[in-house]
Design a protein around this ligand. Sequence first.
Ligand SMILES: [Zn+2]
Length: 285
Amino acid sequence: MKKFSLGALAFTLLMLGAVSCQKDQLNQNKEVPLEVISKLEKLGFNPDGIEVIAEGYRIERDIIITPEFLSSTPAIHTVPDAEQYSTNNLVNAANYGTISIYIPVETSGGGRGNKGTSGFSATYVAALDEAIARYNAENLTISFTRASQSNNADIVFTRLSKGEERQGILGSSGFPTASGDPYGEVKMSGILQSRYNIQQAGIATIMAHELGHCIGFRHTDYYDRSISCGGSPTDEGASSIGANQIQGTPATADLAGNGSWMLSCTNGSSRPFTPYDKVALAYLY
Ligand SMILES: [Zn+2]
């Protein structure tokens, strides 16, 4: 079965082969200042495969670490072995009862690869509405709404670069700020349907996953990505940004049902919230 990392595509890596994959990672590390690698390690992240991007750095191919985030000094938390995890920073529900999200619609081109557009197809707009509906159905202290324009939207969707989309990155986002703001941008591949044949519900799942990071969720299997990605066990690093066990969730991650929406890798299928996902959402919000 194809396993899409959120987001690298595992099968893309397999095609590259272990040797070239290691080489790519070494090359990527060379571009990152040693002090940044050292800071990330101190924060508890696994710096293998770290990439330099416009916003700062990207780890695990879908989590963006900004320079501001890197220079903050969050409290140290112990690392539990449990299923659902959150960062220390969460969205301040008092300020964000409703989080508005803007997604730009493609203006020209469209079709295969959405050439000539910086926006998204109608399927993506419908997928975002589906992701929003999944969250809002949980009656949380925060809710989401789709904004008709980017002005004042709390979270804005943008396209990954064409190169990143071709590499098979599915989406990326970051974590809430220390002052309780959600992370403000979700970068998405615009070729999920045209190139990878991922349908609306699968795209909604990837969007819900990236929005999950924006409000403070870490990967359910962050401590062993092989649970959802296959391959050898890889630990993302617990990190002092927090990998806090969410009360009421079980001791290990698994793939029961379709699996948690916050698993590291997906096969592109729909992953509505599992019962433990719902416990975790209700506990935090
Ligand atoms: Zn992720």
